[in-house]
Write a protein that binds this ligand. Structure first.
Ligand SMILES: NC(=O)c1ccc[n+]([C@@H]2O[C@H](COP(=O)([O-])OP(=O)(O)OC[C@H]3O[C@@H](n4cnc5c(N)ncnc54)[C@H](O)[C@@H]3O)[C@@H](O)[C@H]2O)c1
Length: 415
């Protein structure tokens, strides 16, 4: 097959590679010319896709910035970002732009699949009408389906191939086309009755995590008041073989998905005069966690008779999770901003994030930074960083990930 992928980022690029590995000819279209140029030179910008994986594709993945190059594709999969506006409303600008450009080149018989996470109704109410500006009817002239991406960047135990794929088409024929498409690269394809079901299923998966993370984040704050070790409680609860699923507290929720997606559903619910309280509450608790972490750092410094004002705080790990360099919505950004507002000198070390333009900082060399920092805050515990070394050298470690639990040290304060 010839397959087009619109938006070759964290989601689109691994998918493009999976289809090319399966023998398809893939056109990766991206609005960012740097992404297009890098991919055509064999350089990947996504950690999960090493350059070596691109080199092995035998030229079956080609990048472009021109929608005209999609005209020959049998299927076009849309993986553009779906962020929030400043007032935390769905921002479908990227999707609208991609859909308008696609409508101009759409050909009869093509299958279009949306993978971007969004509220139920987007495929039918927003995407279909724009694509129908081509003069063809969705479900008749072209096929249309929604299939949520379930990728977890940095994860190696479940891949595109081994993670079951959901598809929901506008018509049965649309679903069948989508099932055939993904069956090439996924071991199990689950066909749902409508695109809306598929859209909502993805949101349920993410909201489930957001709510459970909020629960343990709130518990961490309560444990602080009670003088109980939250990590010991969570590990103890996790020994129960049924009825409990482990989630860990942390410095707050980051990434493009969990802090963003629940608001897509809350938006849709409001349109129906419904106010989903779990979603809003989880967002509120999770968004309060960075400020709580700054308070913990301030109290830990205070114990050492140091004010935050003028203290040097080294943030260890600024990406939103271990093993990736993605800083979108990362709690480190808010923690750094709040610390600066209190007068702290903020530095960071992160092997995956060489520069952080949002803060005007570059990653510090670890050894020197450990020597001068008044406090080291473990925000993201990347496996490459030797925490035993950090604990042995730092004046004070404030660990928001429970990553130093096995290490002895009177200089460690944990969430
Ligand atoms: N990153 C994840 O872990 C993850 C997991 C599941 C689902 N998702 C969802 O997948 C979607 C994409 O997320 P991502 O993390 O891959 O984003 P990303 O920013 O890594 O990649 C998106 C790409 O789309 C390109 N783009 C933007 N507008 C475009 C346009 N009009 N035409 C062509 N290209 C355009 C951007 O330049 C970028 O390279 C989002 O809806 C997200 O919620 C992400």
């Amino acid at each position: 097959m010839r397959i087009g992928i619109v938006g070759v980022g964290y989601v689109g690029l691994p998918l493009a590679v999976a289809f090319a590995e399966a023998g398809d000819d893939v056109v990766g279209l991206d609005a960012d010319p740097r992404v297009v140029a890098a991919l055509n030179e064999g350089r990947s910008h996504v950690e999960d896709v090493p350059d070596a994986a691109l080199a092995q594709l035998g030229g079956r993945l080609r990048a472009t910035a021109s929608y005209a190059d999609l005209a020959e594709c049998e299927a076009v999969i849309v993986c553009v970002p779906t962020p929030l506006t400043g007032s935390r409303e769905p921002d479908l600008t990227h999707l609208n732009d991609a859909a308008s450009s696609l409508a101009a080149v759409l050909r009869e018989g093509q299958l279009v699949v949306l993978e971007s996470t969004t509220y139920p109704g987007t495929t039918r109410e927003r995407l279909a009408p724009i694509l129908e500006e081509s003069g063809m009817q969705a479900g008749e002239g072209f096929h249309l389906a929604f299939s949520p991406e379930r990728i977890d960047p940095g994860r190696t135990d479940y891949t595109v191939r081994t993670t079951p794929k959901l598809v929901g088409g506008l018509t049965e024929a649309c679903s069948e086309r989508a099932r055939e498409l993904y069956a090439q690269v996924c071991e199990q394809v689950v066909v749902l009755s409508t695109p809306e079901t598929a859209e909502l299923t993805k949101l349920l998966e993410n909201i489930f995590r957001s709510v459970n993370i909020a629960l343990v984040n709130e518990l961490s704050q309560l444990c602080d008041r009670l003088g109980i070790d939250v990590w010991e409680v969570i590990e103890a609860a996790a020994t129960k073989p049924f009825g409990f699923m482990r989630f860990d507290p942390g410095p707050g929720m980051g990434g493009h998905c969990l802090p963003v997606d629940p608001f897509y559903l809350a938006f849709k619910a409001r349109e129906h005069d419904f106010y989903p309280e779990f979603i809003e509450l989880a967002g509120k608790v999770n968004r309060s966690q960075p400020a709580y972490c700054v308070d913990r750092i301030a109290r830990a410094l205070n114990e050492q008779r140091k004010p935050v004002n003028g203290s040097e705080v080294l943030l260890l790990g600024v990406s939103y999770k271990p093993g990736v360099g993605d800083v979108r919505e990362a709690p480190s950004l808010e923690i750094a901003t709040l610390l600066r507002e209190l007068g702290a000198e903020v530095a960071y070390h992160d092997p995956h994030v060489p520069e952080l333009p949002a803060l005007g900082l570059a990653s510090s060399e670890l050894e020197a930074a450990l020597g001068s920092a008044d406090a080291v805050a473990v925000i993201t515990a990347h496996p490459e960083v030797d925490l035993a070394e950090v604990v042995s050298r730092a004046a004070l470690v404030v660990d928001f990930r429970g990553a130093t639990r096995a290490l002895a040290g009177g200089n460690v304060v944990r969430l």
